[in-house]
Design a protein around this ligand. Structure first.
Ligand code: FAD
Length: 477
């Protein structure tokens, strides 16, 4: 006989970690199953063994509106490791820079386009287009889901200077897709969330960064909570199928055939890892099909140790002028206050990296150095002391035109089975906040049930979020 309070969380990424921490905080008995030998999922520290250094699998930035992520950081005691600088730096080839306010009223000014070549007419057009854009985020045109972000920007009359200095790379950063294929609706929805949160918090949403490695930020504190609250973490435990009998969750089968007993399950795996897990769920076909269509998009991160400083002006610099990719340079000396005994560490992130993902590491490093030489005069004679390339072909789910409305909600037709993860329906695109918000919603659904067993037997006719969203879409047509 199972313990009637046994909760199982599948997946030790942010969504699973937050679910396990919050269920444990609520006094539940929790087992966390993770297929790998470590926690953190797509956000983790990555060692460079030759240097005994631990940069990350990819630099992550954090928006001030990440309310659920901050709730998680507060739960695990690492909230202090996030900093919000007052300004960002835009850099053009040749080394020309513009400072962009990213906090308070200066952030609003940057919305009008921080391009050094923008004249008064350009700025006036940018202001009008930005107001139009804000309005259309809140009152979305009926055909927005059929447009790419590029088409939407053109229709809004956004001048090229404002696009180059802000909107194109912001859109790419938000949805990790080039603007020529990204869904305008996905971008508009995230902007609408930003506007709402800006009004709620009475200040515009700004961008910050961790001042420590991702394991210290997200994992170590969670492990402390797990120890204190008796959460059992099982590493290299690959879940194969969530067992449901007569509308009741009974357990999770692992790939070696073991059945882990469960009365309630949070399934927090990415869309590309879902296959088979939900076979017992009546609506599994629809969810698998949505997960499939959401697909994935690549990101390539490069950690470069150089023999000299680049002469950055800020901790985060966006390199302007690339075609369809965003390149950001993160100066880990400024961000983490790190020493330079192994050289100066710069982390570069290339989103929408459809070409780079197929290249061998040495080619990526050569390309990135060439890029740095174009943008930083100090990089001309710089030597690479060490380099680490982290290709992530399935970095996030894809948010191209046609993906709007596919993301399933956290509720399923079986009340004691909920799904979480950045790809499930939230107010955000594929982000850490989406993972944390999905966890908050999934956990709330479980905690709202009287007890898992009672709930399962009394709510067998429960309706899933997915079927509700599918009906909603149908009726709009
Ligand atoms: C390079 C890079 C840069 C990024 N930059 C940013 C950024 O700047 N800002 C931002 O907000 N977001 C960023 N993101 C996105 C962010 O990292 C993700 O949205 C978030 O981490 C997803 O968390 P998750 O818990 O939903 O999924 P994951 O982190 O993928 O966690 C899922 C976990 O489930 C485990 N698992 C899978 N299948 C099974 C199974 N069958 N049994 C047991 N365990 C299983 C996996 O091993 C994994 O640990 C970036 C992502 C990448 C890759």
């Amino acid at each position: 006989m199972n313990d009637p309070q046994q909760y199982v969380v599948i997946g030790g990424g942010l969504a699973g970690l937050a679910s396990a921490v919050w269920l444990a905080e609520a006094g539940k008995q929790v087992t966390l199953l993770e297929r790998r030998g470590r926690l953190g999922g797509r956000t983790h520290a990555l060692e460079v063994p030759a240097l005994h250094d631990i940069p990350d699998n990819g630099q992550h930035v954090i928006a001030s509106g990440y309310d659920h992520l901050f709730r998680y950081l507060t739960s695990i005691g690492t909230r202090e490791f996030v900093r919000f600088p007052h300004q960002g730096v835009l850099r053009w080839p040749g080394g020309r820079t513009t400072i962009m306010g990213i906090k308070g009223i200066r952030a609003l000014r940057s919305l009008l386009g921080a391009h050094p070549d923008a004249g008064p007419a350009d700025r006036a057009r940018a202001a009008l287009a930005t107001i139009r854009m804000g309005w259309q985020c809140l009152r979305q045109p009926a055909d927005l889901a059929d447009l790419t972000t590029d088409q939407w920007f053109r229709r809004l009359g956004m001048p090229e200077t404002a696009r180059e200095a802000l909107w194109d790379w912001l859109a790419l950063g938000i949805a990790a897709e080039p603007v020529r294929q990204e869904s305008a609706k996905v971008f508009a929805d995230v902007l609408a969330t930003g506007i709402r949160l800006g009004l709620e918090h009475r200040q515009p949403v700004s961008i910050g960064y961790p001042t420590t490695d991702l394991d210290t930020l997200f994992v170590t504190g969670a492990e402390r909570v797990f120890e204190q609250r008796g959460v059992r973490v099982r590493y290299r435990a690959v879940a194969r199928r969530i067992r449901i009998e007569n509308g009741i969750v009974t357990g999770v089968t692992l790939d070696d055939g073991e059945l882990v007993p469960a009365d309630a399950v949070v399934c927090a795996v990415p869309n590309s890892y879902l296959g088979g897990l939900l076979d017992d769920l009546p609506e599994h076909d629809e969810i698998y099909s949505a997960a499939d269509k959401l697909g994935f998009t690549p990101i390539v991160s490069t950690n470069l140790y150089l023999d000299r400083p680049l002469g950055t002006e800020g901790a985060m610099e966006a390199l302007i002028g690339g075609a369809d990719i965003i390149d950001q340079v993160f100066d880990r000396q400024r961000m983490h206050g790190r020493g330079t005994e192994h050289g100066w560490l710069y982390c570069l992130t290339t989103s929408g990296a459809y070409e780079q993902i197929h290249k061998p590491s040495h080619e990526v490093v050569d390309e990135q150095m060439e890029l740095l030489r174009r943008y930083y005069p100090a990089a001309k004679d710089a030597k690479v002391l060490h380099a680490q390339v982290v290709p992530m072909p399935r970095a996030t789910f894809s948010q191209v035109v046609g993906t709007d409305g596919l993301r399933p909600g956290q509720r399923t037709s079986v009340p004691t089975l909920v799904i979480a993860g950045d790809w499930t329906r939230t107010d955000w695109s594929a982000t850490m906040e989406s993972a944390a918000q999905s966890a908050a919603r999934a956990v709330d659904l479980l905690l709202d049930l009287p007890t898992p067993r009672v709930a399962a037997t009394t709510q067998r006719a429960g309706r899933s979020d997915y079927s509700r969203s599918a009906r909603g879409r149908g009726s709009r047509k």
